[in-house]
Write a protein that binds this ligand. Sequence first.
Ligand code: SF4
Length: 380
Amino acid sequence: MLLSCVRGLHPTSLSRAGDTVGGQGDRRPRGLPRLADVTTSTSPSVRKRVLLAAPRGYCAGVDRAVIAVEKALDHYGAPIYVRKEIVHNKYVVETLASRGAIFVDETDEVPEGARVVFSAHGVSPAVHAAAEARSLQTIDATCPLVTKVHKEAVRFASDDFDILLIGHTGHEEVEGTQGEAPEHIQVVNSPDDVDDVVVRDPDKVVWISQTTLSVDETMETVRRLRERFPTLQDPPSDDICYATQNRQVAVKKLAPECDVVITVGSANSSNSVRLVEVALDAGARSSYRVDRAAEIDPAWLVGATTVGVTSGASVPEILVRDVLDMLAEHGFGEVEEVRTATEDLMFSLPRELASDLKRMGVNVSTPRRGTRRDLSIQPL
Ligand code: SF4
């Protein structure tokens, strides 16, 4: 018996385990059929499948930051203090904490002279100064692609530009970048903020951005800014990083075929939350974020035939595997990978750590991504 499941899929009335932007109506381009319009949800003969985005999960900056804390624990011993979450993933933070990492909000919570790791999101010069004042031994795990944006900010500030930092107020990365030149930088959260921007000289304005934004929304913000400031300068190269862009491209490709897209990632992970939104905008009929498989509500799968799965740049692959196992238990055992790019970027360990390890005679090469991400974080 064929049953239409169009209505059954809309999750507006379903409980939420994570953020969802599903159930807001069909944004699919005209002419494209919905899978669920023409297939059944309940017949056992219906082909149920998972489209698995690639690239997904750990990026080079996250890999490096997590390995830095692990190596610090291994070679200096616990406790190792970490300012803020080393990366925005609950599971990673809990796992490192179970090994002896102590996560603090500010450097004044770290005992004088102790060792502290700065997170992948970067810190302002004021934080470096505060750490120095307490004689802390710092390991700076700021992603090199965030450092690149800091350097842009410093350069444009020294040329006396007004710098419009597109990003989310309160996000650690934005606080760190803004702290490089607070008198020159103002944060623009979204296209809706553009009308409120006030600059000293409309002909001397540049935009830069947080690394983990939606590419499409950022370009819309830039378009509106340029309407107001026609000579607005672009940053010298993309600030939205390769990992953020690649994960968005992959989820865009699979979303139009999906009844449900599940993004694995934490609520405070900017790039994970963006994936939830991008999936819906690209045509997924519903889109959810979960920290782990146990948060998936089986009701989301009722009537679905194709489920998309992706994960944010701070998510270890083991959490995705758990999601795939859970989906297989619900009949979605067939998994097709949808790959739109191959990534092989790796960053060397933070300088301070690498030179200490070299002195100790430890091999400082970072293992290849894809194997390391599976091995470094094991289930609690
Ligand atoms: S998401 Fe991009 S900027 Fe952030 S840590 Fe990963 S590679 Fe670096």
